[in-house]
Design a protein around this ligand. Structure first.
Ligand SMILES: Cc1cc2nc3c(=O)[nH]c(=O)nc-3n(C[C@H](O)[C@H](O)[C@H](O)COP(=O)(O)OP(=O)(O)OC[C@H]3O[C@@H](n4cnc5c(N)ncnc54)[C@H](O)[C@@H]3O)c2cc1C
Length: 435
């Protein structure tokens, strides 16, 4: 029997766990395993706000794909297209095209990119927080605003440098705003000419409440923390235009601001759009075994699987907990399709979410139990340590956290990332029948 070729595209939560299950279930003679991913690591994105606020070194949350994948051939490259008839992939590495790469079984686990809107200026001026590059850039950018505000003689420019607008009050936006605001407050003693009142942080969202994922009670608790810190919220409001030095809001207000962090949600990357397959809200429609079509599976943020536990007939949300568990299921189902084990359905109740607001503040809803303050903080930290899929990363993250208790994080702009590298990936128009 010729060996089958199993190819996984995307080395995030879903792809990494799919590949490690395939290694475990398939004997070496059964299949050649390949993982093609644009990065050589899994980014543990729930801790990106801690990288942006300088509390964690970026490498702490980068889990090298080779860590657990011993038998899989890992190719750092981008898949540009999929030919479902010929069962090949068009793959491009930094030095040029590789391939075509053939597959007998294919898993599409390409995650998501930041969702942009047709708001003028978003593509050019807004900063995202979806990758390590963006987190590192944002960290440097915010520190640089403090330096520039301190050195400018122009009061209007100073105000713009010290006004930070975060658009999107879901867990990414709220955590990012809360943690970065704390970072800027703690940095003020470096700049005797700047006063706490000069700093202005605004959290803007079209929704009527912050942190809707965590429910009304925890949303209110988070709101209290935000207000006590002197941060502002503009709810029921969106951004209508951004330029180099200002942000216009839908309530008619125009603020002088040099920083807009854009966290309004996610959408699958351009590859998914161009496949012209059935999608729901841009995600590939899969069945309950996460199968897309014969020999092809999809999981994680790129896949729309109906959530049987949802009251509103929705898909499973794009979160790491689902991506990881869906990855395990597609690994099992691909192995089953090659005669090893039986296929499984994906059914997973929500384990809850956690949001770290910096300092001793956090809100968490583990298994439906609402928690706030230091208890929520401990649960949040414990959950991330448990969920980080590598012992070496866990030790280093824990070590940074302990060090942060006794010594202030080192705040320095390293300038390793240029603006263009941190630019939001542009969403491209694409077809796809809407379910
Ligand atoms: C700031 C932030 C905080 C978050 N906090 C939480 C949280 O607290 N809890 C939670 O459950 N979830 C959280 N999430 C969501 C979670 O990170 C995602 O749901 C999860 O990463 C999705 O996993 P995935 O495997 O689908 O995609 P990803 O982990 O994004 O991996 C996709 C991989 O595919 C690669 N790729 C994409 N296109 C191609 C291509 N064409 N060719 C090759 N490779 C490609 C990418 O480079 C990437 O490596 C957070 C996300 C962010 C950004």
């Amino acid at each position: 029997m010729p060996r089958s070729s199993v190819v996984v595209v995307g080395g995030g939560f879903a792809g990494f766990f799919a590949s490690s299950v395939l290694e475990r279930l398939l004997p070496p003679e059964a299949a050649d395993l390949t993982l093609i991913s644009a990065t050589d690591h899994l980014c543990y994105s729930p801790l990106l706000p801690e990288v942006a606020s300088g509390r964690l070194d970026p490498r702490r949350i980068a889990v090298p794909l080779h860590t657990r994948l011993r038998r899989t051939r890992i190719v750092q490259a981008r898949v540009e297209d999929v030919d479902f008839d010929q069962r090949t992939l068009e793959v491009v590495a930094d030095h040029g095209p590789i391939g075509p790469v053939s597959w007998d079984r294919l898993a599409l686990t390409t995650g998501s990119i930041t969702r942009t809107l047709p708001t003028p200026g978003v593509d050019t001026y807004a900063l995202g927080l979806k990758t390590l590059v963006e987190a590192q850039y944002l960290h440097d950018h915010v520190l640089r605003q403090l330096e520039l505000a301190d050195s400018t003689p122009d009061p209007i420019e100073r105000r713009a440098r010290l006004t930070f607008v975060v658009v999107g009050a879901g867990y990414t936006g709220t955590e990012t705003a809360a943690q970065l605001q704390r970072m800027t407050m703690t940095q003020l003693d470096r700049f005797p000419r700047l006063r706490p009142d000069d700093l202005r942080w605004l959290l803007v969202d079209l929704a009527p409440a912050i942190l809707p994922e965590l429910g009304t009670r925890l949303g209110r608790a988070a709101m209290r923390v935000i207000r006590e810190r002197g941060m502002e919220t503009r709810l029921g409001t969106t951004v209508t235009a951004i330029d180099h030095h200002s942000v216009t809001l839908s309530d008619g207000d125009t603020l002088a601001a040099c920083t807009v962090v854009w966290t309004v949600g996610v959408t699958p990357p351009p590859l998914i759009r161009q496949l012209a397959l059935p999608v729901h809200r841009g995600r590939l429609v899969v069945d309950e075994q996460l199968r897309l079509r014969d020999g092809v599976w999809a999981a994680g943020d790129s896949a729309a699987a109906r959530d049987p536990f949802s009251q509103t007939d929705a898909d499973y949300p794009p979160t790491a907990q689902h991506a990881q568990r869906q990855g395990v299921i597609i690994g099992r189902n691909i192995a089953a399709s090659l005669g090893y084990g039986r296929p499984r359905r994906y059914r997973h109740g929500d384990l809850g979410l956690v949001a770290d607001l910096g300092g001793v503040s956090a809100v968490a809803r583990p298994l439906g139990l609402p928690l706030t303050g230091p208890v929520a903080k401990v649960v949040t930290k414990g959950y991330h340590l448990y969920a980080l899929p590598s012992g070496a990363n866990r030790i280093r993250v824990a070590n940074d956290w302990i060090t942060n208790l006794v010594s202030r994080p080192i705040a320095a702009q390293l300038g390793l990332v240029d603006r263009q590298a941190a630019q939001l990936v542009r969403e491209q128009g694409g077809s796809g029948a809407v379910r």
